[in-house]
Design a protein around this ligand. Structure first.
Ligand SMILES: Nc1ncnc2c1ncn2[C@@H]1O[C@H](COP(=O)(O)OP(=O)(O)OP(=O)(O)O)[C@@H](O)[C@H]1O
Ligand SMILES: [Mg+2]
Length: 253
């Protein structure tokens, strides 16, 4: 039997009150694979991310990660296990520096509160030094080193997105879910983002990418079109672009 995919979503459905938002969603992300999710506004992409990452719990269906059911596993447990997501609106600690934000990614279970706690414990100095080293290495790799001591609120949009990815990467995810990382970015920033997503692939990190930017979607192997809460078409990018249903409900819109 073939090895199971890193992420498996089976028959997932969700409603908010009486409003059905997702129904019978099935998708997989292979180990180290790049998978895309497109769909019109309100089609349920972020809700699917929230279900996979554990912010909300499915009414029906199942999320499995590394062969294990995620039912009952909280957000922090999933994140510690390597299932990490970013948000449509960047969530960074504005008053912290770039390097401190990346260090916060080392303590991914609890963010700033966890950091403070760790520093109060015996052996904290060594833990802090190790975190600093790991964060410094990732900071340099993502070309943020020159900005490491800048307060995060001064960063332009493109570098803010890169910082979010760097902060996730320092925690060694197996799967990184990116919710519209290209929104609000100019063409050069989107090209840079494409480069960094390629680097994730080289690092063996699987990616589930939501984006409205069709050029950026060129980086993924498989794309799923979500429409009214259902996966309507799946395939590689050229298959999707040639499919009349995709043109009707999405590209032509
Ligand atoms: N917490 C909530 N309570 C009630 N309805 C919600 C909630 N979150 C999302 N919805 C609704 O669920 C539907 C899907 O929303 P969702 O944010 O998942 O779409 P999306 O595909 O991410 O859209 P966008 O492209 O605009 O980001 C929408 O109709 C939205 O209004
Ligand atoms: Mg969304």
């Amino acid at each position: 039997m073939a090895e199971s995919a890193l992420l498996q979503v089976h028959g997932l459905g969700h409603s908010f009150g009486a409003v059905k938002v997702l129904s019978n969603v099935n998708l997989e992300v292979p180990h180290g694979g790049l998978v895309g999710l497109i769909g019109p506004n309100g089609s349920g992409k972020t809700t699917l991310f929230n279900l996979i990452s554990g912010y909300i719990h499915p009414r029906v269906g199942e999320v499995r990660f590394e062969g294990r059911s995620m039912a009952g596993v909280p957000v922090e447990g999933r994140s510690r296990g390597g299932l990490v997501r970013t948000f449509q609106t960047p969530r960074v600690f504005e008053s912290m520096t770039v390097l401190e934000n990346i260090m916060a990614g080392c303590a991914k279970a609890g963010g700033a509160g966890m950091l403070a706690e760790m520093f109060a414990l015996p052996g904290a100095r060594r833990a802090r030094r190790e975190m600093q080293e790991a964060a410094g290495e990732v900071c340099a790799r993502f070309k943020l080193w020159a900005l490491r001591n800048e307060p995060t609120r001064t960063l332009p949009a493109g570098q803010r997105r890169v910082l979010e990815i760097a902060r996730a990467v320092v925690g060694r995810p197996r799967l990184l879910m990116l919710d519209e990382p290209s929104s609000g970015l100019n063409d050069a920033d989107v090209r840079a983002l494409e480069h960094w997503i390629g680097q994730l692939r080289d690092d063996g990190i699987a990616v589930l990418l939501v984006s409205h930017d069709m050029d950026l979607m060129g980086v993924v192997d498989t794309v799923h079109l979500l429409y009214n809460g259902e996966l309507l078409v799946s395939g590689d990018m050229s298959t999707l672009q040639a499919d009349p249903r995709v043109r009707d409900v999405y590209l032509g819109a």
